[in-house]
Design a protein around this ligand. Structure first.
Ligand code: ZN
Length: 464
C-alpha cells in the first residue's frame, strides 16, 4: 500500500487531532494535538503511539490551539527530530501557548501529588515548560498559498481557514504509483461572513477530504454581538459597576476588543477604561496586530498604534501581579478582561472573587463553558461559587453572549464543502462529538451526495 491515513485522535471527540499520513516509506503527522476534557479522554495522552516518534519525517500543523498542537513537546521528548511546519502566525502563537501548557501540566501534577488523587504515583506532567520551550526549535514557518515539496512524493500548501490567526487548511498532494492524489485536511474552519477574520479559502478539487464537524448539527444564533455587547456596557455604565469578561487569551480576547473599539468609534458605547489583565492575552494581541494577513483589519492602521482597531482609546494592558491586584480597588464604570475563559484558573478567579458579590457588576461570558467548570456553574445560575475555599455569593448580573464562535456552524461547513467542484472519492468526518459528527455525515451524504466515513480511533484507510 503506497499511501495510507491513520486516525490517531479527534474521532468522536473534539480534541487530540492527529492524523498519520504514510506515503511510500515516509511518515507525516498532520496536527499533534493533546486530548483535553474528562479524565478518560486525557488518559489518551499517555497511550503509546502506533509508531515510534523518531520514525516520523515531519509534522504539519493546521493552527495553534492545543487540541491540535499540545502533544508536540512530548513527541519531541520521545525522540522526534524532524521539522514542524506551520504558518508564521501559528509559530508565533505557539511560542506563547506551548510553554504555558507545560507550566499548567507541572502545576496540575504538583496539585495531584499534594491531594494524592492521581492514578499515577507520583503524578507526572505530560511535559514540563522547559521541554515545551525546547520543542519550539523544531518549528519552521511556511508561507500561505505557496506549495512546499517535502519530498518527491509529497507536497503541501497551506490555505487560510479563518478560524484563528494563522489557522490553515492543508492541501496535500501525494504522488505514488505514477499518479497524484490530493488530500485536504480542513483543520478547524472559521465562519463565512465574519467581520474580523477572513473566510475559509475554498478549494477547487480533492480526492480525499478530512473535515471537522464540531458544529455539524447546529446553527449559530443570529443575535448580533454588537447589540449584546452594547447592552452590557451601557448597563454597567448606568450601574457604575465593573464589566468582567472571562475570555480565552488567544482569539476571543482580540475579537471582543475589536467589537468594543468599533462600538466606541460609532458612539454606541462611551469610552470607559478597559483593562486586559493577562500577559498571554497582551502578547497574543501584539501578534494579532503584527500578522495582518488573516484578518480584515487594515494593515496600515495596525502599524499606526493609536488607530489600531484592537486598541480602544482608554485601554491598559496589565502585566505585573501587583498591577493586577490593584485592579481590586478599581471603581466603575470599567471593563476587565482576563483569562482563563472558563474561570478555572488564572487571574480571572481573583476578579470574580472581588466582583461577584456586588450587584452593580456584570460578568459577561463570551465563550463556550464546558460542564463541570466554574464558568458553567455561573452561566447556569449558581447562587454561590467556591473560590479559594470560600463560598462567594453571586449578586452580579451574569450574562452570556452566544453568538461569538471561532468555528463555522453546519451551514458554514456545508458551504465550504460545496466549494469543491466535484465529490471527492472519499471524505472523513472528524473533530466532532458523536451526535454532531453523525448528523453532519448524514447531511453531507444527503445534500452533496458524497461518500462519507466516520472513522474510529486508530483506524487506517488506504488512499487509492
Ligand atoms: Zn481550534
Amino acid at each position: 500500500m503506497s499511501a495510507t491515513l491513520t486516525f490517531l485522535g479527534a474521532v468522536g471527540t473534539v480534541t487530540g487531532s492527529r492524523f498519520l499520513l504514510q506515503v511510500e516509506d515516509k511518515r507525516y503527522l498532520i496536527d499533534c494535538g493533546m486530548f483535553q476534557g474528562p479524565a478518560e479522554v486525557e488518559q489518551l495522552n499517555w497511550q503509546e503511539l502506533p509508531f515510534s516518534p523518531h520514525q516520523l519525517d515531519a509534522v504539519l500543523l493546521t493552527h495553534a490551539h492545543l487540541d491540535h498542537t499540545g502533544y508536540l513537546p512530548k513527541l519531541v521528548r520521545e525522540g522526534f527530530r524532524g521539522p514542524v511546519y506551520a504558518t508564521d502566525a501559528t509559530c508565533a502563537l505557539l511560542e506563547l501557548l506551548l510553554p504555558d501548557s507545560g507550566h499548567l501540566q507541572e502545576e496540575q501534577a504538583q496539585y495531584a501529588n499534594k491531594k494524592g488523587y492521581s492514578r499515577h504515583r507520583p503524578a507526572l506532567p505530560l511535559y514540563t515548560a522547559e521541554e515545551a520551550v525546547r520543542s519550539l526549535s523544531s518549528l519552521r514557518s511556511i508561507a500561505v498559498d505557496r506549495s512546499l515539496a517535502l519530498d518527491k512524493h509529497f507536497s503541501v500548501t497551506m490555505r487560510r481557514s479563518g478560524h484563528i490567526l494563522g489557522a490553515a487548511i492543508l492541501e496535500c498532494v501525494v504522488h505514488t504509483d505514477g499518479r497524484s492524489r490530493t488530500v485536504v485536511f480542513s483543520g478547524d474552519l472559521g465562519r463565512f461572513d465574519q467581520e474580523m477574520m477572513k473566510p475559509p479559502a475554498l478549494i477547487a478539487s480533492a480526492d480525499y477530504v478530512v473535515v471537522e464537524s464540531t458544529y455539524g448539527d447546529r446553527r449559530h444564533p443570529e443575535t448580533s454581538v454588537d447589540d449584546e455587547l452594547q447592552e452590557a456596557v451601557r448597563d454597567v455604565v448606568a450601574r457604575r459597576g465593573v464589566l468582567v469578561i472571562p475570555s480565552f487569551a488567544v482569539g476571543r480576547t482580540q475579537e471582543v476588543l475589536y467589537h468594543l473599539h468599533k462600538l466606541q468609534g460609532m458612539g454606541r458605547i462611551p469610552t470607559i477604561p478597559i483593562f486586559v489583565d493577562s500577559p498571554m492575552a497582551t502578547d497574543a494581541t501584539e501578534i494579532y496586530c503584527k500578522y495582518g494577513d488573516d484578518h480584515n483589519l487594515a494593515v496600515d492602521l495596525l502599524r499606526d498604534g493609536d488607530n489600531c482597531p484592537l486598541r480602544c482609546p482608554d485601554i491598559h494592558f496589565v502585566r505585573s501581579v501587583e498591577e493586577s491586584k490593584r485592579l481590586n480597588e478599581l471603581p466603575g464604570p470599567a471593563i476587565i478582561m482576563s483569562a482563563s475563559g472558563m474561570c478555572e484558573g488564572g487571574r480571572i478567579v481573583h476578579h470574580l472573587k472581588q466582583r461577584l458579590p456586588d450587584s452593580r457588576n456584570i460578568v459577561l461570558f463570551v465563550g463556550f463553558q464546558a460542564q463541570g467548570t466554574r464558568g458553567h456553574l455561573l452561566v447556569n445560575g449558581a447562587k454561590t461559587v467556591r473560590i479559594h475555599g470560600e463560598e462567594i455569593p453571586v449578586r452580579a448580573r451574569i450574562s452570556p453572549i452566544e453568538s461569538l464562535s471561532a468555528h463555522g456552524d453546519k451551514d458554514d461547513l456545508l458551504r465550504w464543502l460545496s466549494g469543491f467542484s466535484r465529490p471527492p472519492r472519499g471524505s472523513f468526518m472528524v473533530h466532532g462529538e458523536p451526535e454532531a459528527r453523525s448528523a453532519f455525515a448524514a447531511e453531507v451524504k444527503k445534500r452533496l451526495g458524497w461518500r462519507v466515513e466516520t472513522p474510529e480511533y486508530l483506524e487506517e484507510v488506504s488512499l487509492r
